[in-house]
Design a protein. Structure first.
Length: 152
C-alpha cells in the first residue's frame, strides 16, 4: 500500500509522514527530493511553479512509487490531475487540510526552500480531493497518526 500525504506547504506532510512510516515499518519518500535543482531555485527565489514545471517532478515521484510495495509519501499533489499522475495500484490519498494561520506560522519557523510568500499560490492551485481521507493537519502529530492508523 502506498499512502500519499497531500496538502499545501506547511500542512505537516513530512513531519507526519516520517513518523507514520516509522510506526508502520514502511519506507518514507519525500516528494521534495524529486524536484529539479531549477525548480528549487525558482521556489527559493519566490517564483511559483507552473504545471509545466511540476509535471516532470510528478513523473519522477510516480516512478519512485512504482518501485515500492509499502511506503508513506509526502507530496503536495495539489490538483486532481497531479493526483492522477501519481496514482499507483494500492495508493490511498490522505489530505492534511490545515488552516491558513497554522500554515503561515509553520512556514515562518522552518528552514526550507519554499518561502512563506508562495503559500497563497499553493492555496490558489489547490483542488481539494473528493476521494481522500481528510485530516485536520493542525491537530497534534500523534492525533493525526492515530486517525490515519484507524483509517487503515
Amino acid at each position: 500500500m502506498i499512502l500519499i500525504l497531500m496538502g499545501v506547504a506547511g500542512s505537516g506532510k513530512t513531519t507526519i509522514g516520517k513518523r507514520l512510516a516509522e510506526e508502520l515499518g514502511w519506507k518514507f519518500i519525500e516528494g521534495d527530493e524529486y524536484h529539479s535543482a531549477e525548480n528549487i531555485a525558482w521556489m527559493n527565489a519566490g517564483i511559483a511553479l507552473t504545471d509545466q514545471e511540476r509535471i516532470p517532478w510528478l513523473q519522477r515521484v510516480h516512478q519512485a512509487l512504482l518501485l515500492e510495495k509499502n511506503a508513506v509519501v509526502a507530496c503536495s499533489a495539489l490538483k486532481k490531475n497531479y493526483r492522477e499522475r501519481l496514482a499507483v495500484p494500492g495508493a490511498k490519498f490522505i489530505y492534511l487540510k490545515t488552516d491558513g494561520k497554522t500554515l503561515l506560522q509553520r512556514l515562518q519557523t522552518r528552514a526550507h526552500f519554499f518561502p512563506p510568500k508562495l503559500l497563497q499560490s499553493q492555496l490558489d492551485t489547490l483542488e481539494e480531493p473528493e476521494d481522500a481521507l481528510v485530516v485536520d493537519g493542525a491537530l497534534p502529530v500523534n492525533s493525526v497518526i492515530r486517525i490515519i492508523q484507524d483509517y487503515l
